[in-house]
Design a protein around this ligand. Structure first.
Ligand code: SF4
Length: 128
């Protein structure tokens, strides 16, 4: 199983607890969250629409909501992707171990999570 994930979604998956934009989105994200924990899964990183965005009602014409919002999202991806290689295929479990080691303080995610509408509900952010 191969997943394509945009950079900032590595953190979203760690904090996911069943909230989302609609039923279809939650169902898909739940499925991705199960797969990303399996050792047979590999992950390719991107800064464009991914396997989570594909079920999102905010994805319009291949971008997130609008140009302004999309730019913010791509910047969030970029902050995570500074630590990883875009387009490289990672083992999912190993990749998330690295994520755990790098993004483990509120300071380490300040440029990524601060403006996110979900950060008050996000288990990952709240536990930092
Ligand atoms: S389209 Fe935007 S809001 Fe929807 S999952 Fe992708 S980045 Fe998140």
């Amino acid at each position: 199983m191969k997943l394509i994930l945009r950079g900032h979604h590595l953190l979203c998956l760690k904090g996911f607890q069943g909230y989302g934009y609609d039923e279809n989105f939650v169902e898909n994200m739940t499925d991705v969250n199960v797969k990303r924990k399996q050792t047979a899964t590999s992950i390719i990183l991107t800064n464009s629409p991914d396997d989570i965005c594909k079920a999102c009602p905010n994805l319009k014409n291949g971008i997130c909501i609008n140009e302004t919002q999309n730019e913010k999202i791509v910047n969030m991806d970029g902050e995570v992707l500074k630590k990883f290689e875009i387009d490289k295929e990672y083992n999912a479990v190993e990749l998330f171990k690295k994520v755990d080691a790098i993004f483990n303080t509120k300071d380490s995610v300040s440029k990524i999570c601060f403006n996110c509408i979900w950060h008050e509900k996000c288990l990952f952010y709240q536990k930092l």
